[in-house]
Design a binder for this molecule. Structure first.
Ligand code: NAD
Ligand code: MN
Length: 487
């Protein structure tokens, strides 16, 4: 049946949920500082941290001074000989303890992450927190196997790693950075994003609880300049950065010729390619997940939908009908599919891009199962159709719940359009024909290609980009290489 003939689900009364807010009370301190050499320090120049779901101040966080960043790097340096000298089995035990304690406190971490970031509790509960724990479990398992990873060769840690992470997966990115570094015997200075410092500071509490030796992980808070100061610090042996391509370029310049190792995980403009022979309803779910998971604040988001022309109208009808069932609203409500945009600034950026798309001739369609709340930072799931390959919205990363739709006629054309981007992080292909999946996947220029799925993550599987999406891998055995030297 043509899906357009039926009224949307919510008009048929199928989607009336009573509110189901998360009820675990979680203490949030009035102010956070830094974590240096195993101790919490107050720090100076506090600035407000806003709760995106309400738009109201949640707490305050300090901004690290150069001497505080210096103290953090010195503490990591001082801790390095002992930490790297521990029998690998003993280092592994600390990582197992971190993973288990994270599981014990999963609910508190999920609530704090949701309040600080704006993403739905369903996602923090089912994805961010369990995946973060899995990363610590996974690299705990590597700690005592490093000497067997390359037959006949020993792996040595690099020393002190400076790590800067973004706001879209605050806890998960901290886990991706810290777990492999520690497993290999490095020590760390981490800088969380300025809007989302809270779960990193909870991790610091957890490190104290499990008696992680002081100085092995240090956390300094603050905005871009603090990150800039950290990555330029000559006391580091290694820098790992996840964030925007523009900042990544600056860091590349800063570190050129320094001899310090660098990995960059940057932006993306992922293509999700749906062939006419795909299981369409399954593909609709994958496309939804690809662009609306985490409000579209996903570097590997499937933000460009490439539809085979013969099914484009049918597919878009199914997609619109599915989008009309999505609940946008209170991030702490367990029914919520799409939560709040992380900041007023990011919301303005998304709105600007949507307007730009319309100005350049795109047709806009928005829908949801409900109206968006009248406070906090929300954006309706948005489709832009009639988009040309050369339009801004088809080329630049929007980093929001906005899907750009293009069409193609042949597999060749699909591949050409998908690869016509400066990025190269991720892509998806949907088809019932396995040979087509393999052919197209191999022809795509992207670090990760999903077949008949999207946004699937596993700690054992490497993740990372090519071209302007950066270099280096996180996850899997490949995620260890940026933190070791093969002796
Ligand atoms: P951003 O680059 O502005 O910020 C990321 C981090 O870098 C923050 O901690 C920020 O304080 C810090 N920073 C800012 N300026 C800096 C500087 N000059 N030197 C050092 N550090 C600096 O990015 P954003 O807007 O916060 O995050 C969104 C971007 O991150 C998107 O482009 C997204 O694609 C990218 N991202 C990539 C991945 C990945 O794995 N490839 C994952 C998540 C996000
Ligand atoms: Mn930024």
């Amino acid at each position: 049946m043509n899906p357009d003939e039926r009224p949307p689900l919510h008009l048929r009364g199928a989607l009336k949920f009573a509110p189901a807010p998360e009820s675990v009370p979680v203490p949030i301190a009035p102010r956070y500082g830094h974590f240096i050499d195993g101790r919490f320090v107050d720090g100076d120049d506090p600035f407000p941290v806003i709760e995106p779901g309400t738009g109201q101040p949640l707490t305050q966080v300090a901004s690290a001074r150069p001497d505080e960043i210096d103290a953090a790097v010195r503490a990591a340096r001082a801790a390095f000989p002992k930490w790297s000298g521990l029998p690998a089995l003993e280092r592994g035990k600390y990582l197992y303890r971190i993973a288990r304690r994270l599981q014990d406190r999963a609910r508190a971490f999920a609530v704090v992450e949701t309040r600080n970031n704006g993403k739905p509790i369903r996602e923090t509960r089912d994805v961010d927190v369990p995946l973060a724990a899995q990363h610590f479990f996974y690299y705990a398992g590597w700690a005592d196997k490093l000497n067997y990873a390359v037959p006949g060769r020993a792996l040595r840690p690099l020393g002190v790693a400076g790590q800067v992470i973004p706001w879209n997966f605050p806890l998960l990115m901290a886990a991706w950075k810290i777990a492999p570094a520690l497993a290999a015997g490095n020590t760390v200075v981490l800088k969380p994003a300025e809007t989302t410092p809270l779960t990193a500071m909870m991790l610091a509490e957890l490190f104290q609880e499990i008696d992680l030796p002081p100085g092995v992980v240090n956390i300094v808070n603050g905005a871009g300049p603090v990150g800039g100061h950290l990555v330029a610090h000559t006391g580091l042996d290694k820098v790992a950065f996840t964030g925007s391509t523009g900042v990544g370029r600056n860091i590349l310049r800063t570190l050129a010729g320094s001899g310090r190792k660098l990995t960059l995980e940057l932006g993306g403009k992922g293509a999700n390619i749906v062939f006419a022979d795909a299981a369409l309803d399954q593909a609709v779910e994958g496309v939804i997940n690809g662009i609306f998971f985490n409000q579209g604040h996903v570097c590997c988001a499937g933000s460009r939908l490439l539809l085979e022309e013969s099914i484009a109208d049918d597919f878009l009808a199914r997609l619109r009908r599915r989008i009309e069932t999505l609940v946008v609203g209170d991030p702490l409500d367990k029914n919520t599919d799409i939560g709040a945009i992380n900041s007023a600034r990011q919301l303005a950026t998304v709105q600007r891009y949507v307007q730009r798309g319309v100005d350049e001739g795109a047709e806009i369609w928005q829908g949801a199962a409900c109206a968006i709340p009248d406070r906090g930072y929300f954006h309706l799931p948005t489709l832009l159709t009639g988009v040309q390959q050369s339009d801004t919205v088809a080329r630049e990363e929007i980093f929001g719940p906005v899907l750009v739709v293009l069409t193609f006629r042949t597999p060749d054309e699909a591949v050409k359009k998908a690869n016509d981007t400066e990025y190269g992080l991720a892509a998806g292909v949907w088809s019932e024909k396995t040979s087509k999946l393999f052919d197209v996947a191999h022809a795509l220029n992207a670090g990760v290609v999903w077949a008949n799925g999207y946004n699937l993550f596993d700690p054992a599987s490497p993740f990372g980009g090519i071209r302007h999406s950066g270099f280096g891998r996180e996850g899997g055995v490949a995620g260890l290489w940026p933190y070791v030297e093969v002796a």
